[in-house]
Design a protein around this ligand. Structure first.
Ligand code: ATP
Ligand code: MG
Length: 389
């Protein structure tokens, strides 16, 4: 029996004239993400994408797991390919659905007749197939309102397809359709979740991490890479820049008032990130900040970090509670990595009494002794790149 994967586009059905562009990006992303699963061909028709294996070696399970993490997909499922004849549909349905229906109590049949020339009308298809399945699985009952399994028959241009329940896709928009942005990634819980949230809205990701060896360990960098691998399972390849930050932190510790350490450090991160982003045609910065979570995430504090950059700062977690963030962190399998205890540069020089209501002028005064341009230049020049996927 020949089997394929059927994919239903998500929100992009709504995009009018942009639809082709969105679908083409989605298809490109699918092709790339299924590399290594075996040979397959891919085509689209009527907001459905068909993945047809071209050899027996195609790894269905692996492919389905990967498809479940591609943004822009509302739902997906395996489906059995039939001739466009009722006899063939009936003959293949019982063996194909055997495993699914044996464990179900109730079912219903739905028919989608994209080819209106098919000799049976939808209610007739449902009657015929429903009756046939009841004969083969006498323990089943029909429940049209809340069935365990919905068997769907799709009559399309060249073939008919039989499938059981569709699986929910990752939703969102295909990565790349919204342009590119840079995630400031720490080893914490929040920033990988922020990265995932924005990739979901179609952004391709660059990542920037500030490292302060020897205060921070190589294990902290490894942790960031492991976290990005979890995000990349959804977003596709991420280019990571690791910025040398030790000298900047030492300079801040030497030349600035202690209660401004964190704020000035965050302002330096933003300046450097903006520079690195512009070089890469990345149009916004993304952080994992959530309002009021810590002293540097009050509104006045956020205003002082926004003030040093001229591009949008996206903070998708701004209105979320920690519990809500942790749910996503677990869902993307990042949580266990995030809670490993390696030091982050933020914890290296933490003020005892951080400023919670700073003004922009106070910050400018507090950092007046730094040679900001030179420090930014040097950090940008020393940034080391790698690709995570
Ligand atoms: P996270 O859980 O992401 O570490 P947090 O709640 O601990 O966030 P902070 O440590 O104050 O908050 O950092 C706020 C944001 O600043 C982070 O979400 C991240 O976007 C960015 N950030 C913090 N430290 C770094 C770093 N070492 N490199 C890059 N970005 C960082
Ligand atoms: Mg942190």
């Amino acid at each position: 029996m020949k089997e394929i994967i059927l994919i239903k586009n998500g929100e992009l059905v709504l995009k009018g004239l942009n639809r082709n562009n969105f679908e083409d990006t989605l298809i490109r992303n699918i092709k790339k993400r299924l590399e290594g699963c075996g040979d397959f061909s891919i085509k689209k028709a009527q907001s459905t994408i068909y993945i047809t294996p071209e050899s027996d070696a195609f790894d269905f399970e692996n492919a389905l797991t990967r498809v479940g993490k591609i943004f822009g997909i509302a739902g997906y499922c395996r489906a059995c390919v039939c001739e466009k004849e009722m006899a063939d549909i009936l003959e293949k349905s019982a063996p194909y659905l055997e495993n699914t229906l044996r464990n179900a109590t109730t079912f219903k049949v739905e028919a989608k007749r994209a080819d209106k020339r098919f000799q049976y009308k939808s209610p007739e298809i449902c009657m015929e197939l429903g009756g046939h399945l009841l004969k083969n699985f006498p323990h089943l009952k029909v429940d049209v309102h809340n069935p365990d399994v919905t068997v769907t028959v799709e009559i399309r241009d060249f073939n008919a397809y039989i499938r059981a329940n569709q699986i929910h896709g990752a939703g969102g928009l295909p990565v790349g359709t919204a342009g590119r942005a840079s995630i400031l990634i720490s080893g914490g819980i929040d920033s990988p979740v922020a990265a995932w949230c924005m990739a979901k809205r179609g952004l391709e990701l660059n990542a920037i991490h500030f490292a302060s060896p020897p205060y921070t360990s190589p294990r902290a960098e490894l942790k960031v890479k492991q976290l990005l691998e979890k995000v990349a399972a959804y977003s596709g390849t991420i280019r990571l820049g690791i910025v040398p930050f030790t000298e900047i932190q030492e300079e801040i510790a030497k030349k600035c008032p202690e209660d401004y350490f964190t704020l000035i450090m965050r302002r330096m991160m933003m300046r450097i990130s903006e520079r690195l982003s512009r070089e890469r045609n990345s149009l916004a910065l993304i952080t994992g900040e959530s309002l009021g979570q810590v002293a540097s995430q009050t509104l006045p504090a956020l205003a002082t970090t926004d003030a040093v950059v001229n591009m949008p700062v996206l903070r998708p977690l701004i209105g979320m509670d920690k519990d809500e963030i942790v749910i996503i962190s677990r869902k993307i399998d990042a949580f266990e990595i995030s809670i490993q205890p390696y030091e982050d540069c933020c914890t290296v020089f933490t003020p005892k009494h951080p400023k919670t209501r700073p003004t922009i002028e106070q910050c400018e005064e507090a950092e007046a002794n730094l040679d900001i341009d030179a420090l930014v230049e040097k950090a940008v020049a020393g940034t080391q790149y790698s690709y995570i996927d």
